[in-house]
Design a protein around this ligand. Structure first.
Ligand code: CU
Length: 351
């Protein structure tokens, strides 16, 4: 009896630590709580069979199928902030895109994906710990050079506390449905991977026999390969205000033309110069709270970017943004308070 009690207590603790994705923000504006996100038909439980279709977008909900989930308009280069349930499970967070599709609500996501964001282990902290410090949020920028169309945006938190056994790693997955206005063409982002297929139960970043016994997470990289390059001017909305004006035109015109259909934008894009848009998106600090409106108190005055030289590509990358790596051609200077740290050959990040 006593041992049963211990077992059930342990299970309760484990269940309490499970997590789901509940909300996201586009340039600081949210479509709402659990809006635009496919709900889990799996409770808050993880997916552990990496070869199953569930590894793509979790177990489908039977009560709210994807056809009833909103498709949220975004623009390439926008900042996306996600918020998950609190998690004490150590591990990385990654984001991937599948598309473009004509109707994302009808797509399972089985097939090609490109990784657009990754946060692993930085300065002695796993992604979940870094997120816990900022209300369980994480933000990144959509790449520039995406083809217009509808996409699945997949958020994955991989929990490694059971990774010492094969099949013990826990994948928490939430898929957002978005409609991208972009300047690229289909297939512009490389490399791509297949889901299911790219993950194997015995991959070195999924099955870690020594995870509690000498494992060094310093150089750990999450499953799914490197962050993709999308043929645009690098990733990150900060690029729009930093590169010569002659090359910013495709981006700003895209932003302007789609402003009317972007419910997430409270400030008409056409009313502010591109530098303001960039400054605003770069200023959405992860420390912003649970409020559903833009964290205006953290906004950096546009004047901070007005003095930026217009020549060269040397701009400022927001904290947690990409600042280097193979095939990366964007800004490399990190916002004050953060420094550029190499995560792998393909990805350096301001932390
Ligand atoms: Cu858990």
């Amino acid at each position: 009896m006593f041992s049963q009690f211990i077992l059930s207590s342990a299970l309760v603790a484990a269940v309490a630590a499970h997590q789901n994705l509940h909300q996201f923000w586009v340039n600081g504006e949210t479509p709402g709580y659990e809006v635009g996100i496919r709900p889990s038909g799996n409770g808050n439980n993880p997916v552990t069979d990496v070869t199953s279709i569930d590894i793509v977008c979790n177990v489908p909900s039977t009560t709210k199928p994807s056809s009833q989930v909103e498709v949220v308009p975004v623009i390439e280069g926008n900042t996306i902030k996600v918020q998950w349930d609190s998690s004490s499970h150590p591990g990385p967070i990654t984001h991937m895109l599948a598309g473009p599709f004509d109707d994302v609500t009808a797509e399972s996501g089985k097939g090609a994906w490109v990784k657009v964001d990754e946060l692993d282990y930085v300065d002695g902290k796993w992604a979940n710990e870094l997120m816990q410090a900022v209300n369980m949020t994480h933000e990144f920028t959509l790449p520039i050079g995406l083809a217009s169309g509808q996409y699945l945006l997949r958020s994955e938190m991989l929990a490694l506390h059971g990774a010492q056994t094969i099949g013990g790693a826990q994948f928490y997955i939430g898929c957002m449905q978005i409609k991208v206005t972009g300047t690229g063409s289909a297939g512009s982002c490389t490399p791509s991977i297949e889901l299911p297929g790219a993950y194997n139960a015995n991959d070195a970043n999924i099955y870690i026999p020594n995870v509690y016994n000498g494992f060094d997470p310093t150089n750990y990289t999450a499953p799914g390969g490197p962050v993709a390059s999308c043929g645009g001017s690098g990733s990150g909305s900060s690029i729009t205000s930093k590169i010569p004006s002659s090359t910013v035109l495709p981006i700003s015109s895209a932003a302007t033309s789609s402003a009317t259909e972007t419910s997430a934008a409270t400030t008409p894009v056409s009313d502010v110069p591109a530098t303001d848009v960039a400054a605003t998106s770069a200023a959405i600090a992860p420390s912003s709270s649970l409020t559903t409106s833009a964290p205006t108190s953290t906004l950096v005055p546009p004047t901070s970017t007005a003095t930026t030289p217009t020549t060269g590509a040397g701009g400022e990358v927001a904290k947690y943004g990409q600042c280097g790596g193979k095939n990366y051609s964007g800004a490399t200077a990190c916002a004050s308070g953060s420094t550029c740290k190499v995560q792998n050959d393909y990805y350096s990040q301001c932390v």
